[in-house]
Write a protein that binds this ligand. Structure first.
Ligand code: IMP
Length: 197
């Protein structure tokens, strides 16, 4: 099965590839005329609502472009910081582009409570079948940016399940063992492997 992932983020595509390879499914970014079309983001503070909206828009795009034989994968994710009552959450992308990692570190300066978690919701649709899943990765926000890998908030996110390194200091494979997105995608894989569950 070929899966078209509704994202232009190559890091997210690589994470999905690592997992879906296990079932011999190929994953690539959805492109129409060579690029990911613009999607309208609904006004919502709920990852699932955003993901469902992306899915509906993607399904009609596939229909209009004779790509209905392919499966479509959508994902919405974000960083939820305890001290800020789950902010930036669904606004993670916007906050990253506006105040950046320095802004987050400044807001948390001298804070003892540095707990945070990444959350992801993933939905796969193939023809008229739909599979949904969610995943979490708990951690803390570091005192400074560390590492070169990953993307977004990875240089300041230290997963609890790791050895104290930030996601940016880990390899793609190491991140994919514990990340929120991989946890969510594993839920989808499990449903695909065990359809009667
Ligand atoms: P979206 O789901 O593409 O709207 O993006 C959510 C935003 O959350 C991203 O732009 C990142 O800023 C952040 N984010 C989500 N997952 C990750 C991750 O695995 N690493 C780093 N940042 C992430």
């Amino acid at each position: 099965m070929k899966i078209l992932f509704v994202t232009s983020n190559q890091n997210k595509i690589n994470e999905a590839k690592i997992l879906f390879n296990e079932l011999d499914y190929s994953v690539e970014g959805l492109k129409i005329n060579g690029k990911l079309p613009n999607f309208i983001e609904p006004q919502s503070n709920n990852l699932e609502v955003v993901a469902v909206s992306k899915l509906k828009q993607a399904v009609s795009l596939l229909k209009n472009n004779n790509l209905e034989e392919y499966a479509i994968l959508v994902e919405d994710s974000g960083l939820f910081i305890d001290k800020f009552s789950d902010f930036p959450g669904v606004f993670s992308s916007f906050v990253y582009d506006s105040i950046g990692l320095t802004g987050i570190l400044n807001l948390l300066a001298n804070s003892i409570n540095r707990s945070a978690e990444y959350r992801a919701v993933t939905i796969l649709q193939w023809k008229n079948k739909i599979w949904k899943s969610s995943g979490v990765c708990k951690g803390t926000i570091s005192n400074k940016e560390l590492g070169e890998g990953g993307f977004g908030y990875d240089p300041i996110f230290i997963p609890l399940e790791g050895d104290g390194s930030t996601f940016s200091q880990m390899s793609n494979i190491e991140k994919s063992l514990i990340s929120h997105r991989s946890n969510s995608l594993r839920g989808l894989l499990d449903s695909l492997k065990h359809p009667s569950k």
